[in-house]
Design a protein around this ligand. Sequence first.
Ligand code: SF4
Length: 371
Amino acid sequence: MSFYDIWQQLDWTGLQQAITESTPADVERALYRERRDLADFAALISVAAEPFLPQMAAEAERLTRQRFGQGVSMYLPLYLTNLCANDCSYCGFSMSNKLKRKVLDEEEVRAECTVIQQMGYQNLLLVTGEHETKGGMDYFRRMLPVVKPYVSYLMMEVQPLATEEYQELIELGLDAVMVYQETYHQATYAEHHLRGKKQDMRWRMETPDRLGAAGIDKIGLGALLGLADWRTDSLMLAHHLEYLRKRYWTSRYSMSFPRLRPCTGGFNPGHPMSDRQLVQLICAWRLLDPELELSLSTRESAEFRDGVIPLGITSVSAGSSTQPGGYVRPQQELEQFAIHDERPAQRVARSIRDAGLEVIWREASARDWSR
Ligand code: SF4
C-alpha cells in the first residue's frame, strides 16, 4: 500500500468540482476554523476565496510567526550536472535539447563549495538531471563526502531512488530530498514526459513513501504550477501530504511552488498562474498546515518574493545559478532555466531583515538533536 493506491481512488474531476463549487460561506467557515481539513483547503484555493485574500494573508502571517518565529532559512542549489536521460517538454535539460552538457568532477565541486561557503551558505541543495550512469548512485557516493565538510544541512533534488539507496545517502550525510510530482493528472503527465524513466508515474509518486521508509529528516513536495489546473493539482498534493504525515510522522515536510518559467526549448505553460493566485495558494497551505515549511526559489521576482516572504515562507534561495559550475565560471548555455530574482544573497538577506525577520544560514538537522 502506497500513496499510488490512494491516488488511483481519487477522482480528478470530482476534486475539481469540489473546488469550483466552493461558496463564499465555505471560505468564511474555513477561514475562522481552528484546525482546517481538505474540504477547507479546497474552499481556500477556489475562485470564491479570491476576495478574502487580505484575511487569508493576515491569518497566514499570524500562524507562521506563531510556529516559526521570525526565522527564514537560506539555501543555495548546486547543480552537479545538466546531463539528463529524460525528455520533459518544459525543461531545458531535456535530452533532446541541443545543450552543452557537463558533469562536475571532485575538484570542480570543491571549487563550487568554496565559493558557496564564502557567500555565507551552509544549507545546500544538490541538483542533477536524471542520468543513471554518469549522475547516479556511484557518482553520489563519490560526491557527498566531497560536499559534506562545507555544509551543515544537505538536500538533494535528483532522480527518484530506491529506499536502500536513500538509506545509504543518509549515512553519507543527506538530510532532505525534494521530489516534485509535476502533476497528478495522468494524461497531462503522459503528455509532458516523453522519454526516459520519468515516464513511470508510479515510481515517481511512490518516492516520498520510499523516503519516509528510509527515515529521511525532511521530504520536499510540490507540483509544477502551470502544467495542469493548479487548483486540482494542489488539492491532490494536499491528499498526498495528509497521507504522508499520518504514515511517516517522524519526517518533516516542505512545500515548493515552482511556477513554469521560460526555458531552452521555449515552453509556454497551458495553465498559467497569476501572482495573486500564487499568493492565495501559499496562504492556503499555511492555513491548512501550520507546521509545513514553505519554500520559494529565485524563479520568482524580487518584488514578489519581498512581498510574500513575511506571509508564510520559511526558506528561500538567493544568488542561485542553475548551471553546473556556475558559481566559479558562469556559462549561460549550460543553464536549466533563467532565474527571476537576480539579487546577490546578501541583498536578499538584507531585505528579509528589513521586513523584521531573521536570516538562518545554518538549518538544524535531525543529526544535531541526536548528538
Ligand atoms: S525536469 Fe528533470 S528529468 Fe525532466 S528533463 Fe529536466 S532535469 Fe531531466
